[in-house]
Design a binder for this molecule. Sequence first.
Ligand code: UFG
Length: 324
Amino acid sequence: MNVLVCGGAGYIGSHMARWLAAHDIGVTVLDNLSTGHREAVKWGELVEADLLDQASLERAFSGRRFDAVMHFCARSLVGESVAQPYDYYANNVTGTLNLLEAMRRHGVDRLVFSSTAAVFGNPVSALIDEAHPKAPINPYGASKLMVERILADAAGAYGLRSVALRYFNAAGASHAAGIGESHEPETHLIPNVLRAALGTGPGLKVFGDDYPTPDGTCVRDYVHVEDLAQAHHRALDHMEAHAGAHVFNLGNGTGFSVREVIAAASEVTGREIPFEIAPRRAGDPAVLVASSDKARRELGWTPVHTSLAPILDSAWRWHQQQPY
Ligand code: UFG
């Protein structure tokens, strides 16, 4: 079996490439290296191509045979999507359409797609399951929901088999393999907390302590990036047995506040983590916690890193290796 990992030089994509290689599945990485890292491509050939450049996509598919595509390429920052919506719709929707057309031309009819909790908007229930209303509150979430819709239409029209996986908060690292989360600038909580523990970075800010949560800070459901990779592997099996377009939510079902993350990181690192309270960040829902019963039941997904400490520990080991 041979899988094309689009966005395989990025955070989640590089962990996927490693997982596939470890399970004797052939890997080819496609990436434009706009936010990905060449040095994170350690498993499989790197094909430099851009989803918005149809000719480069055509070259990537020509002369290669893929049984399935995993699609991690996206712009994925909520705040940036509000400021630059054209970029988000172009990259995330038009780019995906170009990829789907290339797949169709080359007879590839299996896709695992990276979706997001941002398709739901502000939650109306404590646990978010797949049936929760979809009402994205930013262009990022809207662009991902649009692709989910396209995949449903493609199932009917072209027989495309797909699984969209809606990640909650991806976290952790494969520190022993030398891959982890690295964005510039970094906007995500856990890397910023760990940089603060290392004494690097601009200083940790907690965005809002007046939310309607027990300690006033936002609550999120952190899921280890290797557990996300496992879910993609299960999705490949699922598509063998099931035609159509399927969606699953991926989280651990437990929420942690920003303050709880900082306290747990202080325990894991054995260091004081200084922070200051700052105003709320636009577009942040107070609480996002997944119900992943459907993924456990139908995909047979069994996350391994179900508590916060081991997730933080793997990220901490990786951050300590970085030349900050
Ligand atoms: N936060 C801080 N300080 C920081 C960074 C984050 O207080 O330096 C807070 C945020 O305000 C938020 C929480 O920590 O309350 C988590 O923030 P992240 O940026 O780590 O993650 P998000 O929940 O914003 O984003 C994740 C994914 C997105 C996805 C979104 C869905 O990274 O791709 O969930 O809402 F769109």
